[in-house]
Unconditional design. Sequence first.
Length: 100
Amino acid sequence: MIAVSNELLADVKNHLNITWTDTATDSKITNLIKMGMTYIDDKCGEPSDYSSEGYPRTLLFEYVRYARDGAMDVFEDNYLSLIMAMINNRKVDAYAETSV
């Protein structure tokens, strides 16, 4: 089960310009974050760090924005270069760890 920290929820809401707090909105955004984390982790082949700046966090914020706006049909096309860069960075890091 994927857990979403209160800090991550607050950061995503800030990115989406959601300045209010209510249970329904928080629940919806939390579920979208979980869906985004599952999607990105699947692309990477392993869990990602969403607490620090980097491709996974950037892609997660944009995934939630697109999902909230009902535009998931164009998300992957619009962010393919970032998705590929994230995957390539993971592969390079994994290679560097094994070749030392």
